[in-house]
Design a protein around this ligand. Structure first.
Ligand SMILES: Cc1cc2nc3c(=O)[nH]c(=O)nc-3n(C[C@H](O)[C@H](O)[C@H](O)COP(=O)(O)O)c2cc1C
Length: 166
């Protein structure tokens, strides 16, 4: 059983609400990155990292402040799952870019990434979070496709649980 924590940055509460659902479902602690939960990160095996995207493709502001600290930590051997909140209709060119920014910042840190999803279930033009037809984590759109959130989250959590229990 892997020690799991959920970390989120959220400006209007959407990412926070999803983080709390994930925490309930996986029975694990949930932290706001603006509280700099460094010790909790050090103790965890699986980090579930959630962010929204602001401006045009900008990382959520609390994540923007914290990501530099996270990349300085020793994360070797940890498993990482990402989720991102965005708006695929209004921000179709920068959909969930924030999730891609976190992924790229952690790419060389010796972590294993899980929870990638097929891009074909989404409709957007461009995303920093897309690599070779996959999104680097779960993308959710509470602005334009909130009716799809429940099923997307359930399916993703099933895959994550396989890894935690395995
Ligand atoms: C001013 C503004 C800029 C935004 N820019 C983007 C963007 O570039 N890409 C994207 O996917 N979503 C964008 N969004 C949508 C937010 O990421 C989305 O509403 C998200 O659910 C907010 O989550 P939060 O409340 O956890 O911060 C933007 C929203 C606003 C209001």
């Amino acid at each position: 059983m892997k020690k799991t924590v959920v970390l989120y940055g959220s400006s209007t509460g959407n990412t926070k609400a999803i983080a709390q659902k994930i925490g309930l479902d996986l029975n694990c602690e949930v932290y706001d990155v603006s509280d700099s939960p460094v010790r909790e990160i050090e103790l965890a095996d699986l980090l579930i990292l959630g962010t929204s995207t602001w401006g045009f493709g900008d990382l959520q502001e609390d994540w923007d402040a914290f990501l530099g600290s996270l990349t300085k930590m020793n994360l070797t051997g940890k498993t990482i799952a990402l989720f991102g909140l965005g708006d695929s209709s209004t921000y179709s060119d920068t959909f969930v870019d924030g999730m891609g920014i976190i992924y790229r910042a952690l790419l060389e840190k010796g972590c294993k990434f899980i929870g990638k999803v097929d891009r074909s279930n989404y409709s957007f033009d461009s995303s920093e979070a897309e690599i070779d037809g996959e999104l680097v984590g779960l993308a959710l759109d509470e602005d334009s496709e909130s009716q799809k959130t429940g099923a997307r989250l359930d399916e993703w959590l099933k895959a994550i649980k396989l890894d935690i229990e395995g």
